[in-house]
Design a protein around this ligand. Sequence first.
Ligand code: NDP
Length: 372
Amino acid sequence: MSSRRNFLQKITASAIALQIPDFVLGAQEEVIPQEPYEGPVLRVAIMGLGSYGNRVAGAMQASQKAKLVGAISGTPSKLKDWQSKYGIPEKNCYNYENFDALKNNPDIDAVYIITPNALHKDQAIRVANAGKHVICEKPMSINAKDGQAMIDACKKNNVKLLVGYRMHFEPKTLEIIRMRKNGELGKVLFFQGLCGFIIGDPTQWRLKKELAGGGAMMDIGIYAINGARYMIGEEPIWVTAQETKTNPEKFKPGVDETIQFQLGFPSGAVASCLSTYSLNNLDRFFLNGDKGFAEMLPSTGYGPIKARTNKGELDYPHVTHQTVQMDEMAGIILEGKKPIVPVDGEEGLKDLKIIDAIFLAAKTGKKVPLKL
Ligand code: NDP
């Protein structure tokens, strides 16, 4: 048997064991020839043509169920560039002043908001009022109050609100969740999430409270919060937090450099996490139960994700996270598919409630109770 056939069989067997949805394998174009797709396609406009917007646009080219058809930007030269690069027609291009006119454009179904965090709320509400589905990058907004306003606006306009939690579709993440649900790790009592990188340019929006809503926590610490919830499989009931700042010049008031925090869960499980803008090589999840463990290192980067459990290395092919995410989100919006781990506004809101509580706990030094 050829090694290619062996490989394909291995992937297929893994997929069956994992119950990985077919979209995951569909993204492996170099491995499995794709069947021509004839189902519904989500027509997406991206708002904010920055670093991550470009990554999503590139990844969407390989998506079967989502197609990039529009762009919203404050920079006319980027719109010109995207028009020629992705074949976007002029009539599907907008700026931040005129995008309410999306309501008169029947060729766009959804807008993917990939702008600085503090802008998400108003932009999402305007998109919802234009009658378009909203996909919004993490953090969904900069506090729970704003997050709730986004949910309310989407409900009122009868459009969906999804948050760009790409790890919720990542095969190794899903396998560890399956193992935990299946009792293979036993009673889980501990999770550790370490998330950070050394942030560069001190003038960037990520270091401005009015645009970022905070510092490392909003940007990278949120992965540990979200990961603690999907890895442990419960919602936290209390939080404690400690903040340290070694560079107050770079990290102004309201912009957190480093926060350690702990989350307590109803079963008695505890998560111990670190969020920082001052350490590199910090992208590790560790989940421990009385029968086994799972370690992911790296755990949330663009990949390949590496993961092992007490049973050995998890050996599944790398998929481009954003391609899979867009295929799956199209399925959620157009076909009512239910993801294994939710990516809706309520999911985004839970993380924002926890972030609000972490900031309060860090400020007061007190244990803050949570009700999600
Ligand atoms: P960038 O700074 O690279 O891009 C943001 C873009 O937003 C800009 O290029 C600009 O695009 C637009 N924009 C509109 N108003 C402003 C403003 N006042 N200041 C700066 N930019 C503005 O940021 P990223 O792409 O890295 O991040 C954007 C969002 O995506 C954030 O919420 C971040 O958390 C999230 N993100 C998510 C990742 C993930 O893995 N899920 C990874 C990276 C980021 P234009 O010129 O077109 O208007």
